[in-house]
Design a binder for this molecule. Structure first.
Ligand SMILES: NC(=O)c1ccc[n+]([C@@H]2O[C@H](COP(=O)([O-])OP(=O)(O)OC[C@H]3O[C@@H](n4cnc5c(N)ncnc54)[C@H](O)[C@@H]3O)[C@@H](O)[C@H]2O)c1
Length: 233
């Protein structure tokens, strides 16, 4: 593992109790950061799709840390695999709330404090599904396309503030999120990856942590690919 310098830095990672989020937390902490995990399953029991919960967690983080240097918006769900015409409206709303509205809420709550401090790094976890649109995953794909646009929009708004906003678009990683998908869908995702393997969570953490570091200084509103060759743009 290459060394990154997060000494004295503070971070919030949503959905950091397992999978990709846990790998990001581990690497940030190993690099010297103090990290708060906002997760439904975590000690703070934060629901990032709920504005009140996000507001409360923001106040607690600021009280504990004084400032938040890094925000990683990672919490997400797959939602069910169904053809679009059969996709339940409630499921659509839930996936959009957890995957997209959550990132709007956390950015809205934390970015003003980063701007005031003149420094911040926001890294949003999107997906290659947001670029390509996976069949039978309309809510997931649309939510992740929304994350890409949110990133571009906020990145431009904050471009002169010292706060950089970027997103990553991983291909499939074998985590507990696979339990929400059909075997057919998992096979479809693998078949689309030219490297013919799933990405490892530590590989995603490496890219995310670089984007969360001060070494990343001239990229904002940008989309970073980590799809084993699947994405062609
Ligand atoms: N694993 C993949 O194939 C893959 C590929 C591309 C992008 N992603 C994205 O990476 C992120 C992490 O995925 P993962 O594979 O580690 O999933 P995971 O299911 O292993 O972990 C997701 C975490 O988010 C938490 N969470 C879910 N809803 C929440 C809510 N409302 N409030 C707070 N926490 C909540 C869960 O408790 C869990 O700890 C997601 O945004 C996912 O869409 C995953």
């Amino acid at each position: 593992m290459n060394q990154l310098d997060f000494k004295g830095r503070t971070a919030v990672v949503t959905g950091g109790m397992q999978g990709i989020g846990a790998a990001i937390v581990k690497r940030l902490e190993a690099s010297g950061a103090r990290v708060r995990v906002w997760d439904l399953d975590g000690p703070e029991k934060v629901d990032v799709s709920d504005p009140t919960s996000v507001q409360r967690a923001t106040e607690t983080a600021l009280l504990a840390f004084g400032r938040v240097d890094v925000l990683v918006n990672n919490a997400g769900i797959a939602g069910m695999n169904r053809p679009t015409v059969d996709y339940p409206v409630e499921e659509w709303s839930k996936v959009l709330a957890v995957n997209l509205t959550s990132q709007f809420l956390t950015c809205r709550a934390i970015a003003p404090f980063m701007v005031k401090a003149g420094y911040g790094r926001i890294v949003n976890i999107a997906s290659v599904a947001g670029k390509e649109g996976n069949p039978n995953a309309v809510a997931y794909s649309a939510s992740k396309a929304g994350v890409i646009s949110l990133t571009k929009s906020l990145g431009k708004e904050l471009a002169q503030s010292g706060v950089l906003v970027n997103c990553v678009t991983p291909a499939a990683a074998r985590t507990a999120i696979f339990d929400q998908m059909t075997e057919q869908h998992i096979a479809y995702m693998l078949s689309k990856i030219p490297m013919n393997r799933f990405v490892q969570v530590d590989e995603i953490a490496a890219l995310v942590c670089w984007l969360a570091s001060s070494d990343c200084s001239f990229s904002t509103g940008a989309v970073f690919d980590i799809s084993g060759g699947r994405a062609t743009y």
